[in-house]
Design a protein around this ligand. Structure first.
Ligand SMILES: Cc1cc2nc3c(=O)[nH]c(=O)nc-3n(C[C@H](O)[C@H](O)[C@H](O)COP(=O)(O)OP(=O)(O)OC[C@H]3O[C@@H](n4cnc5c(N)ncnc54)[C@H](O)[C@@H]3O)c2cc1C
Length: 456
């Protein structure tokens, strides 16, 4: 990037919001994948007007721009793969309004998910999307990835809550798509197009989010099973008995062992699976629901069932689930974390086949995830120092994708394509749709300056 452009960028955001120093370039070169590629410069715009000027300039000089929230993505979406500008939205972090009369929150993209949840809860309202990264990931990043979390089983993913967006296009033009309305069918649904577009179609600078009333109470149940099949049967029976939990999380024996080793919280290390089931709603209905869920767990073979209603005790039960990511990471120097999805009734088949892949490739694979919506995190563990092990892990990852697709599933339920799954998108959607998507990209970003190399 030449000196003139650097100077112009500095002029747009001010010297305090511009850096070309080595440390900033390193800090903004990676995300949760641990892949790395440094930008030429980092900018932290504070207004949509500044974002528009940056994109206008970048488009004129054909400089790649890499939008970025907290950089917690699992597929390399925010990594500046070809130098250029790291466009960091974290200083645009104001909650602009919470309209309790119309159940709408309006936020800037850099607002942290948990901060929004806390702010709306104070008004008796609820913003359900809850990725496990909610304490640090941004709403802009959540929208761009269409993030999900445990509550999806009942409340749906991020896109179910996005009503309207202000977006700066690659040309530097600013536009508003959608409106703060639940019902609005004027023209194509561009709001949905931007949800999950991974920073390739425009930079989101403002978001209108749908809110719902905060459920009165919650009850949490943790059940330990001797086998994955017994846990899977419990999931099926819960769904068949017309109970809709607000979370139905699963972890297999390898994960239980890892969590116990990591936390010594007293989990039975030899158990086959654990389910954490949570229900919410009016307190008078919940007691009955809890009893029904507990009975289903026992009938399906649970060896222990614990439940809790007050917040501290519920949090204790969630501790094992929250410790999972670091615990599984501690099992091996590296892991490939895939987030395939299948129809929930096919989870047992998916897990059996993943087990076969682990045997065939001579690897440890730890599985956990959102049993209620079929989104399972398949963690393929390996040591790059062991001869041939990385290649076996990569092969295992391909076999897992193929298995998910054969079971009517998806290669990604919530992490997106980014750079890590680029080669696999066509296998899921086919050539015709891939060409349509490329056409859409060309319309929005004719010079391919926005997050080039991502998704396609
Ligand atoms: C421990 C851990 C747990 C996680 N758990 C979950 C989970 O349960 N569910 C889940 O879905 N994900 C999860 N993730 C992945 C990640 O947190 C989500 O994808 C999250 O939505 C990314 O938000 P971010 O602010 O970090 O975005 P980044 O990682 O910075 O960016 C993600 C993508 O969004 C684009 N982007 C960011 N901001 C904008 C913007 N304003 N306009 C346009 N494009 C933009 C970027 O270019 C990039 O393509 C987890 C990650 C970690 C590390």
């Amino acid at each position: 990037m030449d000196k003139k452009v650097r100077k112009l960028l500095k002029g747009i955001v001010g010297p305090e919001n511009f850096s070309e120093g080595e440390s900033a370039r390193r800090c903004y070169s990676y995300d949760a994948t641990r892949l790395e590629s440094a930008p030429d410069v980092v900018v932290w715009p504070e207004t949509a007007g500044q974002v528009a000027s940056i994109l206008g300039l970048a488009n004129e000089y054909r400089i790649p721009v890499f939008p970025r929230g907290a950089g917690s993505g699992f597929t390399g979406g925010s990594i500046p793969t070809t130098g250029g500008i790291a466009l960091c939205l974290t200083k645009m972090n104001r909650i602009l309004g919470i309209d309790a009369a119309n159940l709408v929150a309006t936020v800037e993209p850099g607002v942290i998910n948990a901060d929004l949840r806390r702010a709306v809860e104070k008004k008796g309202l609820f913003y359900p999307p809850d990725p496990a990264s909610l304490n640090f990931s941004t709403i802009g990043g959540n929208v761009a990835e269409c993030a999900g979390g445990p509550t999806c089983v009942k409340y749906g993913v991020t896109r179910s809550y996005v009503l309207g967006l202000e977006v700066v296009l690659a040309t530097g033009e600013t536009t508003r798509v959608g409106r703060p309305l639940v019902k609005n069918v004027a023209g194509y649904d561009l709001v949905r197009l931007f949800c999950g577009s991974e920073g390739t179609l425009g930079v989101i600078t403002q978001i209108n989010l749908r809110l719902i009333p905060l459920p009165e109470a919650k009850t949490t149940i943790m059940a330990v099973f001797p086998s994955v099949d017994a846990a899977a049967k419990t999931v099926a029976c819960t769904v068949e008995s017309r109970i809709l939990p607000c979370a139905l999380e699963f972890m297999d024996g390898t994960c239980i062992h890892a969590v116990e080793k990591h936390t010594q919280m007293g989990l039975p290390s030899n158990a086959g699976a654990i389910l954490i089931i949570e229900a919410d709603g009016p307190a008078r209905v919940l007691a009955e629901q809890r009893q029904r869920i507990e009975s289903i767990c026992k009938e399906c073979g649970a060896v222990s069932v614990e439940s809790a209603d007050d917040e501290d005790a519920r949090e204790e039960l969630w501790k094992a689930r929250r410790a999972l990511s670091p615990a599984v990471s501690s099992l091996a120097p590296r892991k490939i974390n895939e987030d395939v999805g299948v129809p929930p009734s096919r989870i047992p088949e998916l897990l059996r086949r993943v087990d076969d892949v682990a045997g065939e490739m001579d690897l440890i694979i730890a599985n956990f995830g959102h049993a209620g919506d079929g989104n399972i995190h398949v963690n393929i563990l390996y040591d790059p120092e062991v001869d041939g092990m990385q290649a076996r892990a990569e092969k295992a990852s391909v076999l897992v994708f193929e298995t998910a697709l054969e079971l009517d599933g998806t290669i990604t339920g919530e992490h997106g394509i980014g750079i890590t799954k680029v080669g696999f998108l066509e296998r899921q959607i086919g050539r015709t749709q891939l060409d349509l998507m490329r056409g859409v990209k060309r319309v929005f970003d004719p010079n391919n300056i926005l997050n080039p190399g991502k998704v396609f």
